[in-house]
Design a binder for this molecule. Structure first.
Ligand code: NAD
Ligand code: DAU
Length: 348
């Protein structure tokens, strides 16, 4: 039986990766290591929590001693590393949390693999990263794996730094690694501070939908389950030392996306067309707001035969349905620390 460590498995993407792997690989022992920050929620994993091949362990990747003892206790064959501080706006107000978890936490894991793995045969450290490391595009062009790094926010700089360190351990110590850099994910279980779930939640409550600047920034959106499938392909078939970009071939201007979402919400809530769109409010722009991200996923498509399978219209409908059906989940994650963060962020 192989033992696979997935970090950050109680978060948005991590919980979808855990669910896929627990169900698809009954002969893997899957360990979910997560410290349960505001973004980590075990309710995301209720349907797999009693599976015999799954175990949750609460722990902080920034705690070097804990990580060392964890690797001594468990004989880990592979790591899929998702644990991170992930929200750009929070990185603008509190960069240190991002430096600690995204950089130091990653190095603690790399060091533990390097010192605990007596042989590197059949071992793998898979680092999950973001397209934001490449910086911002103008009106044309796509990020490819060779695009020079040019991160602009404390979040993307911390992810770029961790990517460099992962590659440095491959070059220097021959640690077997792969990295993937993915575009914007959306879907069930995403914390409602991110654009799509925040807007759905606000429309539900008749609250304003805050659009930064003029809403002209462009993102490439990918349904989270498609990302989880890409991670499965890369973990099992990716070549040692390689990087794979993952995207949805699905670019949307923020304002156009929100108009589409408003149409869906009006229909689902039985409201007059145009009702939700009245909630759109243009607010102060994000500091250093990247204009456009867009991914060329040709490499993963050609080499690993992965392509996105969920259309944006279907994915958005599924996402809206999930948030409309999961009031309790929304109540739990938005109470406490998040409500004061929201008030501060949007000056209410
Ligand atoms: P998330 O914020 O929803 O979840 C992060 C998880 O990491 C949480 O469960 C949290 O409790 C855990 N965590 C945070 N600090 C920790 C620590 N010190 N020790 C242990 N656990 C800790 O994030 P997400 O959106 O699911 O993103 C997961 C990964 O994917 C991140 O590395 C992110 O950079 C990357 N990524 C995200 C997107 C996206 O659109 N969300 C796109 C590309 C890449
Ligand atoms: O590109 C991948 C990245 O996508 C991931 O690495 C990050 O972890 C993830 O958070 C996401 O970053 P973004 O900053 O692109 O996502 P966010 O949902 O915060 O914002 C999407 C766009 O919407 C962006 O242009 C900012 C804008 N926005 C966001 C919020 C929260 C608004 O206009 N209003 C808002 O209230």
């Amino acid at each position: 039986m192989k033992t696979l460590l997935i970090t950050g498995g109680a978060g948005f993407i991590g919980s979808h990766v855990i669910r896929l792997f627990v169900k698809k690989y009954p002969d893997y022992q899957i360990l979910n290591l997560d410290t349960l920050t505001y973004a980590g929620n075990l309710e995301n994993l209720e349907d797999v929590e009693s599976a015999p091949n799954y175990k949750f362990i609460k722990g902080d990747i920034t705690d070097e001693k804990f990580i060392d003892s964890f690797f001594q206790k468990w004989s880990i064959d592979g790591v899929i590393h998702l644990a991170a501080e992930s929200h750009v706006d929070r990185s603008i107000t509190d960069p240190m949390a991002f430096i600690r978890t995204n950089i130091l936490g990653t190095v603690n894991l790399l060091n533990a693999c390097k010192s605990q793995w007596l042989s590197f045969d059949d071992k793998l450290f898979y680092h999950i990263s973001t397209d934001e490391v490449y910086g911002s595009l103008g009106d044309t062009g796509l990020f490819i794996e060779e695009t020079a790094y040019d991160p602009k926010s404390p979040y993307s700089a911390s992810k770029a730094s961790s990517d460099h360190l992962v590659r440095a351990y491959y070059n220097t110590y021959k640690l077997p690694i792969v990295i993937s850099n993915c575009s914007n994910n959306y879907g069930p279980n995403q914390f409602p501070e991110k654009l799509i779930p925040l807007s759905i939640n606000n429309i539900k409550q008749g609250k304003e939908i805050p659009i930064y600047g003029k809403g002209e920034n462009i993102r490439d959106w990918l349904y989270v389950e498609d990302h989880a499938h890409a991670i499965d392909e890369i973990y099992h078939k990716g070549a040692n030392g390689q990087t794979y970009n993952i995207g949805g071939n699905n670019e949307w201007k923020n304002i156009d996306l929100i108009m589409l979402l408003c149409e869906i919400m009006d229909r689902k809530l039985g409201k007059e067309p145009g009702t939700s769109a009245k909630l759109i409010t243009f607010v102060k722009d994000r500091a250093g707001h990247d204009l456009r991200y867009a991914i060329d996923s040709g490499k993963i498509s050609k080499e690993l035969n992965w392509n996105p399978s969920v259309t944006f219209e279907t994915g958005l409908e599924k996402t809206v349905d999930w948030y409309l059906e999961n009031n309790l989940w929304l109540e739990h994650v938005t109470s406490g620390e998040y409500s004061s963060y929201y008030d501060k962020q949007y000056n209410r």
